[in-house]
Design a binder for this molecule. Sequence first.
Ligand SMILES: NC(=O)c1ccc[n+]([C@@H]2O[C@H](COP(=O)([O-])OP(=O)(O)OC[C@H]3O[C@@H](n4cnc5c(N)ncnc54)[C@H](OP(=O)(O)O)[C@@H]3O)[C@@H](O)[C@H]2O)c1
Length: 265
Amino acid sequence: MNLKQKYGNTALIAGASEGIGAAYATRFAAEGIDLVLIARRLQPLEQLADLLRKKYGIYVKCISCDLSAINATRLVEDALNGLEINLLVYNAALSYIGLFLKNSVEDHTRAAQLNMITPLNMVRLYGEKMTIRGKGAVVLMTSLAGFQGSGYLAVYAATKAFNRILAESLWYEWKNSGVDIIACCAGATATPGYKNSHPEKTGFFTPRLLDPEEVADECLKKLGKQPSFITGRGNRLASFIMQKIMPRKMAVNIMGDTTRKMYRL
Ligand SMILES: NC(=O)c1ccc[n+]([C@@H]2O[C@H](COP(=O)([O-])OP(=O)(O)OC[C@H]3O[C@@H](n4cnc5c(N)ncnc54)[C@H](OP(=O)(O)O)[C@@H]3O)[C@@H](O)[C@H]2O)c1
């Protein structure tokens, strides 16, 4: 059974114009799934939408919305105008790299809103409709940074931990409902967002960069089979060593030291 037969006709991707979000969009389009694409900038969204409409003959709706706004979920729901959502991928995220105290409380609140509260609201809204219909799927993008304290990424890492625990908890609650949910725990991925942060390679705990398409493909293969997963073998190995073999203190130190070196902090 393909994704469309299993989950339904329409996927909403929050943070869709580039990188991993665009990879999910392309993957769904190739299966004939209609799309709702969300990001702040409309032009890159429309470019991707045009390409996918022409190549796959699907319906694509683009919504320009700042998902860090308090009322983002309501704005999106209004723009959908009753359109049913069968697959939800929450991909957008904000990460401040640097000391926690260098950013204002407003900055941190914006990150918490975008990375945590809007996905929570969307999962609550669309997840309920999916469970009532008895089918649907949700992907929450999260990160290896959320597996332990991550100095210089404190708020980002904490919000990513929230998403993993939320997805795993709902996987348990929904496992007999027909709705699949998964936390996709990504390591470094060659997205424009990642490349624009100008990281430096620092050794073993800086794993191989994955392509966004590899991340989306792997996630959709694991969807329905497990509550969460780590992208890529190198990331799984590094994570196994850090989570299962090292003392927690050592893992936290390695994470902070690696980020400090990567970003010359
Ligand atoms: N890339 C990595 O190395 C990596 C590693 C681990 C985990 N992840 C996770 O993977 C996900 C995707 O990361 P990414 O690097 O591909 O891209 P990203 O920079 O997080 O975001 C890419 C997409 O999200 C949209 N977006 C960003 N802020 C938004 C906002 N406030 N409102 C609406 N849309 C917004 C962007 O379009 P606009 O700018 O036009 O809004 C773009 O379409 C994130 O959840 C991240 O935590 C990534």
